[in-house]
Design a protein around this ligand. Structure first.
Ligand SMILES: [Zn+2]
Length: 217
């Protein structure tokens, strides 16, 4: 089935495994460390398979590319492991930079340096490809274990250098704080996902009110 993801039509052979609610590829990637601010953060990228699945879910890898990387990751496990470690390093640098921005702080230099290193590497693999009288950026070496990292780094670079940067927000649920791009009409989106956090907050408010009412009785 074809679906729209971040303004791009992508083909999906199966429902996504990740909650892709951020409205920007790089922010969905940052959110792969779930419950980041709690005492028990949940790593959603535990193995290279998870990274390849994230690549497939977001359309940065075709299903054939994802399959080939998955098969190869089983036979060249140390290389796949290294790519996963690099992906986590990239994600954490992205998180640090975006988190500083939503808190109106300057980006931490070391983390920005790491991000820039990945952006430069991505640029080495980017090329212009013509399709239907238009040109688009494509990355070469789709079978390189690092291949999912290049579009991710590019997505962060594109967002950081765009006017949309001002629309990056954290989810208001304190135990969530996932990042998203608020492209809503009045720019008042509060939750990463209404079903996940909005309803829970509503329920908590309702429960809190009931408790106060009870105390008054
Ligand atoms: Zn949330």
């Amino acid at each position: 089935m074809t679906e729209l993801y971040c303004g791009k039509t992508i083909y999906r052979r199966r429902p996504p495994r990740f909650d892709l609610v951020a409205g920007a590829l790089c922010l969905d990637f940052v959110n792969t460390l779930d419950d980041r601010f709690t005492s028990e953060p949940k790593e959603l990228l535990k193995t290279y398979i998870d990274l390849a699945r994230f690549g497939e879910d977001t359309g940065i890898l075709s299903d054939a590319e994802a399959d080939r990387l998955l098969t190869r990751s089983q036979t060249s496990s140390p290389d796949a492991q290294q790519a996963l470690a690099a992906a986590i390093e990239l994600r954490e640098a992205m998180y640090a930079v975006f988190w500083a921005i939503v808190n109106k702080n300057p980006a931490p230099r070391t983390q920005l340096g790491i991000l820039n290193r990945f952006v430069r590497r991505a640029a080495q693999h980017a090329q212009l490809v013509e399709s239907d009288r238009r040109f688009e950026w494509k990355f070469d070496e789709a079978l390189n274990f690092d291949a999912p990292l290049w579009p991710l780094a590019q997505s962060a670079a594109d967002l950081l250098a765009s006017d949309q940067l001002a629309l990056v927000r954290p989810c208001e649920a304190r135990n969530c704080l996932w990042l998203f791009l608020d492209t809503s009409k009045n720019h008042r989106r509060r939750w990463c996902d209404m079903a996940k956090c909005g309803n829970r907050a509503k329920f908590q408010r309702f429960y809190q009110r009931k408790k106060t009412e009870k105390r008054k009785d």
